[in-house]
Design a binder for this molecule. Structure first.
Ligand code: NAD
Length: 269
């Protein structure tokens, strides 16, 4: 584990903090002494967090709306005079045959999974440049470093998040600002359950058919917290995911045949 005092007194916003990986990260960071805001659209979950035993602060935020994001960041900076870390984690899933996908669903996932990262980064970055320090953490996916058939838009956006974050990291260092990218493998969360499935596609069943065992949201939170404290360029977990991504990088054709192509098979009903 990293320096146990690293997060002490740091002000952090985690988008999508009401569930799954975001909630796991909020709990870990709060446990390590950070002032943590869970920012989310899910009002019911935010209320439960507010009433819960911990000290995680709920923040109503729709990340796809630029003005919403600005208000949320302004609120936190007003309260604490600084923003140390922004984790752009909120996201949704869209799965099924691309040829059948309505443009409205495509626009929605671009807004929630991509524009959110740009809005959040722009605003936090301006504040952090002024401060002379800060850390922006953008959540991509293993699907941001290898293809995922039947999730082409999700994968495209996660590739975009990865390219954006890795590029910005090199610029931002000159302003004293750090940028890290998270590439989770499979983690227990509501993502697959709440996925927008096109026609009769079943994302949950498709993910389960890989045979990979999801880790807990707490384990994901620990891995992300350690990666932030170590200022890793890419934060990759669980271990099997790191192995798959490394193999894909060096043997793309073989890995496509073994891992990617099976996901494109028509669903058995
Ligand atoms: N679970 C996995 O296996 C996995 C793997 C790779 C990447 N990821 C990524 O991790 C991130 C977190 O996903 P998760 O698995 O914890 O899913 P989740 O569904 O449990 O959590 C996502 C959270 O984002 C919130 N959210 C959705 N739209 C929002 C909006 N417009 N504004 C604010 N909040 C919004 C939801 O209310 C929810 O609380 C996502 O970016 C996802 O793509 C997840």
């Amino acid at each position: 584990m990293s320096d146990p005092k690293y997060f002490s007194g740091k002000t952090v916003i985690v988008t999508g903090g009401a569930s799954g990986i975001g909630l796991g990260l909020c709990e870990v960071l709060e446990g390590r002494g950070a002032i943590v805001y869970a920012a989310d659209t899910n009002a019911q979950r935010l209320d439960e967090i507010a009433d819960g035993p911990g000290n995680i602060r709920p923040l109503a935020l729709d990340v796809s709306k630029e003005d919403n994001f600005l208000k949320a960041i302004e609120h936190v900076v007003r309260e604490h005079g600084k923003l140390d870390i922004l984790v752009n984690n909120a996201g949704i899933a869209l799965a099924g045959d691309f040829s059948e996908t309505p443009v409205s669903d495509i626009e929605k996932i671009v807004a929630v999974n991509f524009w959110s990262v740009i809005h959040g980064t722009r605003m936090a970055y301006a504040q952090m440049i002024e401060q002379g320090y800060g850390h922006i953490v953008n959540v991509s996916s293993s699907g941001g470093a290898m293809p995922v058939p039947k999730q082409a838009m999700y994968s495209a956006i996660k590739h975009g998040v990865l390219g954006f974050s890795h590029s910005l990291r090199e610029e931002a260092v000159h302003h004293g600002v750090k940028v890290s990218t998270v590439l989770p493998g499979m983690v227990q969360s509501d993502l697959w359950e709440n996925a927008v499935n096109i026609k009769s596609y079943d994302m949950k069943r498709s993910m389960e058919s890989t045979g990979l065992k999801p880790i807990t949201q707490r384990e994901a939170g620990e891995a992300i917290a350690d990666g932030i404290a170590a200022n890793h360029r890419s934060i990759i977990f669980p271990r099997i995911n790191g192995i798959i991504l490394a193999l894909y990088r060096f043997f793309p054709n073989l890995m496509t045949r073994l891992v990617v192509t099976p996901l494109a098979a028509p669903e058995k009903t």
